[in-house]
Write a protein that binds this ligand. Sequence first.
Ligand SMILES: Cc1cc2nc3c(=O)[nH]c(=O)nc-3n(C[C@H](O)[C@H](O)[C@H](O)COP(=O)(O)OP(=O)(O)OC[C@H]3O[C@@H](n4cnc5c(N)ncnc54)[C@H](O)[C@@H]3O)c2cc1C
Length: 396
Amino acid sequence: MQYDLIVIGAGAAGMLAAISAARRGCRVLLLEKQERPGTKLRASGGGRCNIANTLSNEKFIARFGRSGKFMIPALREFDHQALIAFFAEIGVACHAPDGFRVFPVTHQADTVADALTTELKRLGVKLTCNTTVQQIECREGAVTAVVTYKGSFSANKVILASGGPGYPSLGADASGYELVAALGHKIEELFPAMLPLNTRETWVSRCRADTVGKVEMRINLPEARKLQASGDLIFTETGIRGPVVLDFAREITPLLKKYGEVPLLINLCKGMNEEQIRNAINRAKQAQPSGSVADILATFMNRPLAGELCKLVNIEPESAFGRLPGQQRDNLIKLLTATPLTVIGHAGFAAAMITRGGVSLKQIKPETLESLLVKGLYFCGEIVDLDGPCGGYNLQ
Ligand SMILES: Cc1cc2nc3c(=O)[nH]c(=O)nc-3n(C[C@H](O)[C@H](O)[C@H](O)COP(=O)(O)OP(=O)(O)OC[C@H]3O[C@@H](n4cnc5c(N)ncnc54)[C@H](O)[C@@H]3O)c2cc1C
């Protein structure tokens, strides 16, 4: 059978691409190496699938950094409203309960994956699972076929939507990058992103499971002076996790590879500066004149965390705040605005929800997502060198 288009990878991106092409009358073959389509999609958002967010295209793009501009033509064609309308058409109603993150109203990722699979079937897309693509064949700079263990399939258009290597437990690997590197494509170095981080400081384990709201985090290295993130942080047995960590990990993992450790400074007091902290302490002292240091700090932070921070500056948490020598009080306030933590490791791609790096944007036409090196070869989804923060950015 001659196909107009072969799509490699039946993840979120590949299924959408196959549906769009089939709706335009193409005969489409969708090849998937796993037993069924949409494995990562079904696990997304903790099984709830945060498929998009409600930001304007401009704000959405800004969250991807400098490379975000690459998406302007794609988002002009298909923004979050188009995505929501598309899902409504295939029977998946969506909503944004917090006004920002868009979910299917069922809050079930399976609803989304099942609806896409049904639509593929309805449109006559030939979905072939358990089929790994080993090679993309070209002649005179144009795609001609793809090769699998089950034989070759011809087509003069191929979309590579094979995703990134994060979460191999969900069947992910880096085979897609090898397919196009073999055709001369540059792969920007791959780093695990969106994952928890391990710290050298072991005191964090004594605060584990505590959520600290609206922390501000920066990297204490001259080359990363401009980088910072804010959001909720959660301490773990071995380090830190939570939305702010997931979002910032993409900046940290490359530096970790370069330096072996990455020093962070974290404001654990909702971004309050020294003066604001002094004012908060004064207010707490008025209410509890004989309060201990832990009592006073506990008015604006978790008590276990307050206790650990006291110990870092050699203060006994149960001592009376009013009796603290001025120097110790200053040290404590300084520490509250910039608590040092040192990232020394992470679980790698095993725990990475997203991959930083991928097929170089310099070799892809933003208007059509076609390769600039090989005619008829297109890319979509996580395989390209674009990655966004938490909040539906990556699936959109
Ligand atoms: C646990 C988890 C939770 C997440 N939650 C969210 C969320 O809530 N919101 C959000 O926006 N993002 C989320 N993400 C990220 C999001 O799921 C991914 O960015 C998205 O799934 C990428 O889609 P994709 O189609 O590009 O790749 P994938 O979904 O990885 O699909 C690629 C497909 O290609 C197949 N494949 C690979 N190589 C070959 C080959 N050689 N031959 C044939 N088939 C091949 C793979 O088996 C796979 O099915 C989450 C990720 C994880 C891991």
